[in-house]
Design a protein around this ligand. Structure first.
Ligand code: IMP
Ligand code: MG
Length: 177
C-alpha cells in the first residue's frame, strides 16, 4: 500500500521536551538508586537522549518483550525475549518506553519488576495514545500524547524501518492506489 509520512512533532520540539522530562526525573531521583530500563528496540533513541540530560549516577539496562494477539485479552500475551542483566533488587527502576498504546506491555513489565523486589518502579514514555488504552496503567512521565495514528521515528518503526528519523511522523496510507 502506498503511503506518505507527515511530521507530527519536530526534532526541536522532541529534544526540548526530553530535556524538561530529564530535569523532572533528576529532581525526583536525587536520593534514589536509579536504573533506567529501556524496552527494545523502540526506546533506544529516547533513552539515550534522556539519560544525557540527567546528571545523576544512574545505571541503564534493557529488556526485550513482545506482545502478540493482545487485542482482546489483558496482560497474558507478553513474552520476555531478553530480561535485564543487572540485579534490580533494591533499585529504583524507571521503565523507559517508546509508546504506550493499549498499556498491556507496560502493565506486564511493571508486574515483573514488582516480583523482583525493587525499591520502586515508575514509568516514562516518549509517546502515549490515550484513546487506545485497554488497561489503565499508571504512566509517571509522558513526553507527548498523540492521536490514534500510526506513528514512526525517534525509535518507532513501521515494519522495522524509520527508527532513525530524528522527528516523530505519522504514516498516512493512500487508499485505492
Ligand atoms: P501496548 O501498549 O502493549 O499496546 O504496546 C505498545 C507497543 O506497541 C509499543 O512499544 C510499540 O512497539 C508498539 N506500537 C504501538 N503503537 C505504535 C505506533 O503507532 N507505531 C509504532 N509502534 C507502535
Ligand atoms: Mg515497544
Amino acid at each position: 500500500m502506498n503511503y506518505t509520512i507527515e511530521t507530527l512533532i519536530s526534532r526541536e520540539e522532541v529534544e526540548s521536551r526530553i530535556k524538561e522530562l530529564a530535569k523532572l526525573i533528576e529532581t525526583d531521583y536525587k536520593e534514589k538508586d536509579l536504573i533506567c530500563v529501556g524496552l527494545l528496540k523502540g526506546s533506544v533513541m529516547f533513552l539515550s537522549d534522556l539519560i544525557k540530560e540527567i546528571t545523576l549516577p544512574l545505571q541503564i539496562d534493557f529488556m526485550n518483550v513482545s506482545s502478540y494477539g493482545s487485542e482482546t485479552t489483558s496482560s497474558g500475551n507478553v513474552k520476555v525475549i531478553k530480561d535485564t542483566d543487572i540485579d534490580v533488587r533494591g533499585k529504583d527502576v524507571l521503565i523507559v518506553e517508546d509508546i504506550i498504546d493499549t498499556g498491556i506491555t507496560l502493565e506486564y513489565v511493571i508486574g515483573m519488576f514488582k516480583t523482583k523486589g525493587v525499591a520502586s518502579v515508575k514509568t516514562c514514555t516518549l509517546l502515549s495514545k490515550p484513546e487506545r488504552r485497554k488497561i489503565d496503567v499508571k504512566v509517571d512521565y509522558i513526553a507527548f500524547e498523540v492521536p490514534d495514528k500510526f506513528v514512526i521515528g525517534y525509535g518507532l518503526d513501521y515494519a522495522q524501518k524509520y527508527r532513525n528519523l530524528p522527528y516523530i511522523g505519522a504514516v498516512v496510507f493512500e487508499e485505492n492506489k
